[in-house]
Design a protein around this ligand. Sequence first.
Ligand SMILES: Nc1ncnc2c1ncn2[C@@H]1O[C@H](COP(=O)(O)OP(=O)(O)OP(=O)(O)O)[C@@H](O)[C@H]1O
Length: 250
Amino acid sequence: MTDTTAAPPVLRLDRLSWSVGAVHIVQQIELSLGEGEFLALIGPNGAGKTSLFNLISGVTRPTAGRVELDGAAVHTLPPHRRARRGIGRTFQSSSVFPTMTVAEHVELAARAAGVRRVTAADTARVLERVRLGHRAADEAAGLSHGDKRKLELAMLLAPTVAGDGPRLMLLDEPMAGVASEETAELTDVIRALHREEGRTVLMVEHHMDIVLGLADRVAVMHHGTLLAVGTPAAVMADRAVQEAYVGEEL
Ligand SMILES: Nc1ncnc2c1ncn2[C@@H]1O[C@H](COP(=O)(O)OP(=O)(O)OP(=O)(O)O)[C@@H](O)[C@H]1O
């Protein structure tokens, strides 16, 4: 018997597709993320991972299929309305403003999310959660790449000043450009947002050691389709996945 009382998945992608002219970039993706789940999205260069994030966050609209958040269709909404429904996103390339202070970034992000009153104590609390409290008054230009990534996470969390903040966090290669000595702490920060705050996470990440340390499940994209979805061990043992990565590091 079907359990009709079960909560809908936080995110459900239903035959999600995106084509540009005759080029099918994202094809018929079926994927669900449960509350508090951490799913890593991997795949060779050009597989369509960023395009999929664009479809979920609203940067682009699907040419077919649906995106549902908590059971409600959101794929026709613009990005800011999806953000208000709880979809938060970081980008592959760093998006901080060099001459603004760390605290000002959080304040700006909170205001952009519709928070009217943001105090210094509010921004300090957000920055503590990403271990950047000690840099609040510094200009972003002076931050290391790892600290810039943490600041982007703080901006994602800024709406929590006056509400729940993102239920679903889309992290696009959070370790990109980060020095190896900084990855452990950044991983810890992301883990805490997931485990301690219970946020649902979908993360694109190429470094398998990071993926294995964080993700409950892994989805593999190749030529715009999902090749495999499963536990990290099952996915890495999958022959089709290994073949997709021939010539590349898995
Ligand atoms: N607006 C667009 N118009 C046409 N083709 C596009 C567009 N955006 C992306 N593509 C193509 O779609 C494919 C998937 O690109 P996408 O950036 O989503 O891949 P990716 O998996 O994120 O790659 P990477 O790991 O290199 O970031 C690529 O072949 C890319 O050239």
